[in-house]
Design a binder for this molecule. Structure first.
Ligand SMILES: C[S@@+](CC[C@H](N)C(=O)[O-])C[C@H]1O[C@@H](n2cnc3c(N)ncnc32)[C@H](O)[C@@H]1O
Length: 239
């Protein structure tokens, strides 16, 4: 559909009335996380776990390049069943699916381990566009569970909403329409943080670095005239 000019025009219009710059933000966020993952896989990581993977094809795409890698996708059952169906039609290998509602059950260690995950191997964990939907205590307990499943040298790339000065958790350019939509759909952003709070909050993970809109802009010199939505930051942490 992206090849159809009418579709691109509608997408641009929707973007303008919701979160200007969000499409470029998504594209560059994905590019940045893909580069972090590729670098970890080149440096000996052999397990990838994507939490709240949605319809992101990252884990299956990189499998072609890294044939020794095993991947897991943990997602809400309502989302994952569509992906499982699509992947069974295309025959994706070395990709394991674990359906869990992370907001009620937390991360089920046994379910992950019984599907072949090995906590003694180095793992690259990803939580992209996910943690903002959970309250802080769930995010904190998830951080601890992931660390307990991580061998030394494991890494965790996650995104978080940067809390605004008055404590609100939203994209800078987000319109009121989106505030209303998230509220009525029951999907408001629940957790946000500041960069200074984060290094303590994520312990025992060790903060490596942040990637914000300025970094994303540097990744795409040819998009210098485009708006990039500001508010969601990528954090790379390690054990
Ligand atoms: C905004 S999408 C992000 C998808 C993907 N990570 C990406 O960046 O393209 C949010 C994802 O979080 C998942 N999710 C939301 N609440 C969840 C929950 N309680 N338990 C597990 N997954 C959840 C949704 O199913 C969806 O896949």
């Amino acid at each position: 559909m992206l090849r159809q000019s009418w579709f691109r025009r509608i997408a641009r219009l929707i973007e303008r009335i919701t979160i200007p710059g969000i499409l470029v933000h998504y594209a560059l966020r994905k590019k940045c996380i893909c580069e972090l993952l590729r670098s970890a896989l080149n440096n000996g990581v052999t397990q990838v776990v994507v939490l709240g993977a949605g319809f992101d094809p990252l884990s299956s795409e990189l499998q072609r390049e890294f044939p020794d890698t095993q991947s897991w996708e943990i997602d809400h059952p309502a989302t994952q069943r569509h992906k499982v169906r699509a992947c069974s039609e295309t025959g994706v290998e070395r990709l394991h699916f674990v359906a869990i509602d992370l907001s009620t059950m937390g991360l089920d260690r046994d379910a992950l381990i019984s599907s072949g995950f090995d906590p003694t191997k180095r793992t690259f964990w990803i939580a992209e566009g996910l943690l903002m939907y959970f309250p802080a205590d769930i995010v904190s307990s998830l951080m601890k569970t992931l660390s307990s499943l991580s061998a030394a040298g494991s890494q965790f790339a996650f995104t978080f909403m940067e809390k605004q000065h008055h404590g609100r958790i939203r994209f800078d350019s987000q319109t009121r329409l989106v505030d209303w939509w998230l509220r009525t759909r029951g999907e408001p952003f629940l957790w946000g943080s500041t960069r200074s709070e984060l290094s303590e909050f994520i312990q025992p993970w060790r903060l490596i670095r942040f990637f914000d809109d300025k970094h994303l802009r540097d990744m795409a010199a040819d998009l210098s005239d485009q708006i990039i939505a500001k508010g969601e930051v990528i954090c790379l942490a390690a054990i």
